[in-house]
Design a protein around this ligand. Structure first.
Ligand code: ATP
Ligand code: MG
Length: 400
């Protein structure tokens, strides 16, 4: 088991204890440690107030002080230290704005979503497990802390989080918890799209996404999510973990729509990625020759094309045709990539200005097309990447 991250953070817990307070690791890191999974970040929970934490440590950043979180900088690493909190009143099925700091660990873990996420561990690796989370880890069970109907009523995001953990951990969902998910699913309508997207991404990229995606449909979850509610999501099949952007691209490819991606409040990079995938999906059936593949590899690059190949089963399940398997395969793509004469337009030995000067012509929309023709001719080794040869080739071959 990987104790390294905990051992690195142990002096922080010790320092808090030496000052007379309690401190524990909590949440995902403890869960993953007990499961023998890799740990990515450590959350620390403490009875000390944010002010007390600031006075204990020399280097702190008040990143979320009003919510109780102080960043402690220790050995050049950042650690989030959060004061024990109890939940205030819920309104509109969203998390409460009001934060109540408490001195009792039980109160803090009681407000956490699932038993597997409510285990605290001290710097001697002793666990405090008030809700039998360790048993549930061993039984591979996702179960809310307390009554699931009440917990989902307080914050409907927990429904999606539960499904996300199922996808990532390949656990079962406790019967009562699943029944409550079914009953409370409509409350997800009140959630902000940003919170939904964070969890949905993790769910779709989880090991068991192909099992959990049909559950989202069974629960009719997408009915309550902007953008997604305009599509027939049951018609979309997922056979392996998938990026959110690829799922959306497949949806838009199969069910063309004018609905704006802005409803999802995703980044411009994400939107561009979706558009790129759609363009690729449209072009895929044309990749029947090595020549066509060469230009394709040049245009889109190896990493995006190997991702498309990874998604082969899902694409097939959605009746999306890939290029000929003897051509469109990872070996050929790698070979082509290694032997590409140019990798980007700036690798060409001529640019627009060179063409205009040597042909004594004025610029215009034609220039873009000519540059593209040159690019393809170089990639396909019809002309060498040499200035004089390219200019001659343009003179004799290209109609302007
Ligand atoms: P990951 O490994 O993906 O970070 P995690 O369990 O750490 O998983 P986070 O979203 O980082 O998940 O949340 C940290 C902890 O905070 C959770 O383990 C859980 O105890 C608590 N938590 C987070 N969101 C909620 C919520 N909506 N309701 C109740 N508790 C929550
Ligand atoms: Mg976490």
């Amino acid at each position: 088991m990987n104790k390294d991250l905990f051992l690195k953070a142990a002096p922080i817990l010790q320092e808090i204890q030496d000052n007379g307070f309690e401190a524990y690791y909590v949440g995902g890191a403890v869960r993953d440690y007990l499961m023998g999974r890799p740990i990515h970040d450590i959350d620390i929970t403490t009875s000390a107030s944010p002010d007390e934490i600031e006075s204990i440590f020399a280097h702190t950043i008040p990143i979320g002080k009003e919510h109780g979180t102080i960043n402690v900088v220790y050995n050049r690493e950042n650690y989030e230290v959060t004061t024990f909190r109890a939940e205030g009143e819920y309104e509109d099925h969203r998390r409460p704005n009001e934060v109540i700091f408490v001195r009792d660990l039980y109160k803090d873990v009681e407000r956490r979503d699932f038993t597997i996420n409510a285990i605290a561990m001290d710097n001697q690796f002793n666990i405090k497990d008030y809700f039998n989370g360790y048993t549930d880890i061993q039984n591979k069970l996702i179960k809310t802390v307390g009554n699931p109907y009440e917990r989902f009523d307080e914050d409907a995001l927990r429904i999606l989080r539960g499904l996300r953990f199922k996808s990532q951990l390949r656990f079962d969902i406790d019967c009562n918890t699943y029944n409550a998910m079914q009953e409370k699913i409509a409350d997800t309508e009140y959630l902000s799209i940003e919170r939904i997207i964070i969890e949905l991404r993790k769910l779709l990229e989880g090991t068991d996404a192909s099992v959990v995606y049909p559950l989202l449909n069974e629960l009719q979850f997408f009915k309550y999510v902007p953008f997604f509610n305009s599509f027939d999501t049951e018609d979309i099949k997922i056979n392996e973990p998938i990026k959110l952007e690829m799922l959306i691209a497949i949806m838009l490819f199969k069910q063309p729509s004018n609905i704006s991606l802005s409803k999802l409040k995703i980044s411009n990079d994400s939107k561009k990625e979706i558009q790129k995938y759609i363009t690729i999906l449209k072009k895929l059936p044309e990749i029947q020759t090595k020549k066509a593949l060469k230009v394709f590899v040049y245009d889109y690059g190896i990493s995006i094309l190997s991702y498309i190949l990874d998604m082969r089963d899902t694409l097939a399940a959605n009746q999306i045709k890939l290029g000929h398997p003897l051509i469109f395969n990872i070996k050929t793509i790698n070979d082509i990539n290694q032997n590409l004469i140019i990798h980007q337009r700036s690798d060409m030995m001529v640019n627009g200005k060179d063409i205009l000067e040597s042909l004594n012509l004025k610029g215009g929309p034609w220039l873009k097309n000519v540059l593209r023709e040159i690019e393809c001719a170089i990639i396909n080794q019809e002309i060498p990447n040499q200035k004089s040869e390219i200019i001659n080739w343009v003179r004799t071959h290209v109609e302007i």
